[in-house]
Design a protein around this ligand. Structure first.
Ligand code: TIU
Length: 221
């Protein structure tokens, strides 16, 4: 067992043999200018701060043999998996499926929907394309984790209060122990990140635990 004695709200133990890293939606569409995040009116440069730490987290987990799963929020080219409610929500400058500078916004196979090079999947790492904010909705993720006997999930990615928190809550309801790496997740709204970390670990880790990359790395030694 690996133990992070200083995790929040209290000590976090996990068995590396039944633990996977899940990196949520580190896509150009959210992190680079001209993509979905910017069409929603956000300053995407805020998310770039976590890229080096997320890359280190990937290297750490790969070195210790943890399975790595990447997710991408995107839709089929015919948009058959895009609900009208999601397409029509708000007043973005470009809607999902519209052509943008990195290809069609949030569409599978387009440059913008792909993962940024710094944290790109390697070898046989699973990449889950998901039409929703949560990675369990309408995907094979639950079956994949069950087949591999995974009980604990370490979370990273963007954005903290949208796709990361939604997926973490889905996982928590399915019986997984969940740890979010604080400096490998980011929001367009710093106050929302702080609030999300607080609400995840409140009430005795009601959704899960949080720790920094350095705390996780130290625990492996
Ligand atoms: N808008 C926002 O903060 N996030 C998303 O739309 N998707 C993800 O979080 N991946």
């Amino acid at each position: 067992m690996v133990q992070i004695a200083t995790a929040r709200p209290f000590v976090f133990d996990f068995d590396p043999k039944t633990t996977a890293l899940i990196v949520i939606d580190m896509q150009r569409d959210f992190i680079e200018p001209g993509g979905f995040g910017e069409t929603l009116g956000n300053d995407v440069s805020l998310l770039q701060a976590i890229v080096p730490t997320t890359a280190k987290l990937l290297a750490l987990c790969r070195a210790h043999g943890l399975p790595v799963i990447h997710t991408r929020e995107c839709h089929k080219p015919d948009l058959s998996d895009l609900p009208d409610a999601k397409r029509d929500r708000g007043q973005p400058s470009l809607r999902i499926g519209d052509p943008g500078p990195m290809g069609r916004i949030l569409v599978a196979g387009e440059d913008g929907a792909d993962i940024i090079p710094q944290v790109y999947p390697i070898a046989d790492e699973l990449v889950i394309d998901k039409p929703g904010k949560g990675a369990f909705y309408a995907t094979s993720l639950a079956d994949h984790l069950a087949q591999r006997g995974i009980k604990t999930l370490i979370f990273a990615g963007v954005t903290t209060e949208v796709c990361v928190q939604t997926t973490m809550r889905e996982a928590n309801d399915r019986g997984f122990e969940c740890l979010l790496i604080e400096d490998a997740t980011e929001s367009y709204f710093p106050a929302f990140k702080t609030a999300t970390l607080d609400m995840i670990r409140a009430q005795g880790a009601i959704v899960g635990w949080t720790a920094t990359y350095a705390e996780l790395a130290a625990a492996f030694n």
